[in-house]
Design a protein. Sequence first.
Length: 151
Amino acid sequence: MASEGVGARPVVRTTRVALGVGAFLVFLAGSQLFVLTERTDHWFAWTIKVPLTAAFLGAFYWTAIPLAALSATRRTWAEARVGVPGVFVFLVLTLATTLLHLSLFHLHSDDSVARGAAWLWLVIYAGDPALVAVAWVLQSRIRGVDPPGRP
């Protein structure tokens, strides 16, 4: 058998960093949206006029925290990989949506906090898909086997 003597593929540092940073960033976005629902004009990258919409988006971001954080702490790739494809697709689609609606962002706002949030959003969604893609490629090159799934 080809896999004899080869252990389970470990999670590489780049993957841990990508997942850990992702967990932190979705916590921040969720906080801005869920807690500061009526002040997205000041605290977020663009203005969301309906507070319930902001809260819904914030809750959505917060639901990603356990997946990213737990995946970042797993020892084997088989345990950590569950969220990576979905996270990558989400990042790419969010970047595309951002670029399509760039005029709605506070990139040129007089409010420095809102402008900073908009530029931070753009930098994150421009860079994070590349970071996740690099981590995924590096991870796929690690020797080892993926043990069968557990219930």
